[in-house]
Write a protein that binds this ligand. Structure first.
Ligand code: Z5A
Length: 221
């Protein structure tokens, strides 16, 4: 946290909200709708994503998603955190300190789910490395995380209607089942921060569930 943030009360800082979930659950669609509602409420927001969100992190995103990239799991982890560190320092912290809400498509929970559970099968050594990187380099976690919960095959079917698969999307379905288990474990561990949203049904139904949670939590109409 920057010194200027330390001097501000919580109510003067922007809210930091992340969206999480397995492939194709509808995060992008839901974030668009949320941002429209925030705008209607006169709230300044910044919509961002991971990996990416700053010019340097977007360059790393291209490498991370490129199917031609061949790297080991630790290298992947460190690239994700290099991207996140820059995103945090250049974009997220300055926005929050100006009172801007930050709406982020994926954050540290994705690393625990994808690298910790997907790649490393929940191996405690990998989970400890991730926890250490978070503790050392990420001064602020989202205060609310919306986990869009949808059966893995449902999300794959939604995503499959789109374009060419990236380096993560090319994985077999058991990789995504482990990721689902990772998100599920995280939701159990952080019940105050992580709010499960049923992502079944139409976009309108999902958007309404999300707005109900956000408006109640932050006292909006
Ligand atoms: N990754 C990682 O490994 N470790 C990390 O630490 C981080 C990320 C931060 C980023 O890819 C990849 O990086 C991601 C994890 C990894 N890889 N995977 N897989 P990305 O950002 O390109 O992909 P994504 O985050 O998985 O998002 P997505 O595939 O674009 O899905 P989405 O945003 O959740 O869904 P959507 O685009 O809103 O919707 C998908 C389709 O379903 C679309 O056609 C919609 O029109 C449709 N849709 C949406 N809602 C509905 C409803 N309610 N009903 C029916 N159809 C719907």
């Amino acid at each position: 946290m920057t010194a200027s943030n330390e001097l501000k009360s919580a109510s003067e800082l922007g809210r930091f909200i992340s969206f999480e979930g397995t492939e194709g659950v509808g995060k992008t669609t839901a974030i668009e709708a949320l941002c429209a509602r925030l705008q209607d409420n006169g709230i300044d927001y910044l919509r961002t994503r991971e990996p990416g969100g700053s010019p340097f992190a977007e360059r790393l995103r291209s490498i991370l998603l490129d199917p031609a990239t061949s790297i080991d799991d630790d290298t992947e982890l460190l690239l994700l955190f290099a991207a996140r560190c820059d995103h945090m320092q250049q974009v997220i912290l300055p926005a929050l300190s100006q009172g801007t809400w930050v709406i982020c498509d994926r954050f540290t929970d994705s690393t625990i789910a994808y690298q910790g559970y997907g790649r490393a099968h929940g191996d405690s050594v990998m989970l400890t490395k991730i926890d250490t990187l978070i503790a050392q380099f990420i001064p602020q976690l989202p205060e609310l995380t919306l986990w869009l919960d949808l059966p893995v095959d449902e999300g794959m079917a939604r995503a499959g209607k789109r374009s060419v698969a990236d380096r993560f999307e090319q994985q077999a379905s058991d990789f995504f089942m482990r990721i689902y288990e990772g998100f599920s474990a995280l939701a159990d561990q952080h019940p105050d921060r992580i709010q499960l949203i049923d992502a079944n049904g139409s976009s309108e139904e999902v958007n309404a569930r999300i707005w109900q949670v956000i408006s109640a939590r932050f006292d909006l109409s």
